[in-house]
Design a protein. Structure first.
Length: 321
């Protein structure tokens, strides 16, 4: 089975590579390469921020007459994604970095500037020590003082760490928990004492109320718990019935005879013989006059229609007894 993508080419036995003509390309020619921005930068034309890692199709060329230890230096051309202004930067093999050249400014390079400043100060110090021996002595005394200060600070930090190490945090937590438990227990005891005091006051008030109620006659407050069964309501005690009758007579009046209530009940008229009717009419008029004269006026004014029915039934029960 043949390969899908053939990479090996066939070279005939009489092939001579020296006969292949060489192309004469210029030394300053440019190549189109795909690269990412090596650092954060800002365009000087429009102020657009270009973050590190943004991809560009750049043109690459070799810088003429510049090299570092035989290593060539390359220059790259990119365009701003907003205004299409040209931005150039080149490699810096001496610092293993890239250097901005034209079209933008580099951002967030404070650490790099600090390192460069330290290097510059170190070079100046070395030059001064070579020319002035007294400067060497001064620098040594300064360094010794600085070392002593650093050692003192380290000793203080060690002492602080030892003090903190001697503290038993578990014991502190246990003590704190014990204090919290004691406070909680005291609060519970106080609450219980308050509840007992309130209950005692309520009990005293109840006892005073019970003593006042015991002084009243027992017949005014019958005990309703004696009737435990529903049938006991139908089988009423004669004593309770007598008490109810007395309370009714006290409030309304005594109506115990049928003769007194006969005038309050209307009788139905019946058709009778004319001879018998005259005798009955004379008797009825006489009876009604007698009953109406005997009924007291105060009882007739106080008794209502519903009360009359109840009183009539009670009077009948008492008469039957």
């Amino acid at each position: 089975m043949s390969e899908r993508k053939v990479l090996n080419k066939y070279y005939p036995p009489d092939f001579d590579p020296a006969k292949i003509p060489r192309l004469r390309l210029p030394k300053e020619r440019q190549y189109v390469v795909r690269l990412m921005a090596p650092f954060n930068m800002r365009c000087r034309t429009c102020g657009e921020y270009i973050y590190k890692g943004k991809k560009f199709n750049a043109r690459k060329e070799t810088v003429q007459n510049e090299s570092y230890l035989g290593l060539p230096i390359f220059r790259f051309y990119i365009k701003c994604p907003r205004c299409l202004a040209e931005i150039t930067f080149k490699t810096d093999p001496q610092n293993t970095d890239y250097a901005m050249e034209h079209g933008a400014t580099r951002n967030f390079q404070a650490q790099k500037l600090l390192e460069e400043e330290e290097k510059r100060m170190q070079k100046e110090r070395e030059e001064e020590e070579l020319n002035d021996p007294m400067k060497v002595l001064e620098n040594r005394t300064k360094d010794s003082k600085l070392e002593m200060e650093v050692l003192e600070n380290l000793q203080e930090l060690k002492e602080l760490n030892q003090c903190q190490a001697n503290v038993d945090f578990e014991a502190m937590l246990k003590q704190h928990k014990q204090v919290e438990e004691e406070q909680r227990r005291k609060e519970q005891e106080e609450d219980e004492q308050e509840m007992k005091a309130v209950l005692e006051q309520a009990r005293k008030r109840r006892l005073l109320g019970d003593s006042d109620s015991d002084e009243e006659p027992t017949k005014r407050c019958p005990n309703p718990t004696t009737q435990t069964k529903p049938r006991d309501i139908l089988q009423e005690d004669p004593q309770s019935k007598r008490l109810r009758m007395e309370s009714w007579e006290r409030s309304v009046g005594k109506l115990s005879t049928r003769a007194q209530l006969a005038g309050l009940v209307a009788r139905r008229k019946q058709k009778e013989d004319p001879v018998l009717g005259k005798g009955m009419e004379t008797r009825g008029t006489r009876g009604t006059r007698a009953t109406s004269s005997s009924l007291p006026a105060a009882a007739a004014a106080a008794v209502s229609s519903l009360g009359l029915l109840g009183a009539y039934s009670d009077s009948e029960d008492s008469a039957s007894d």
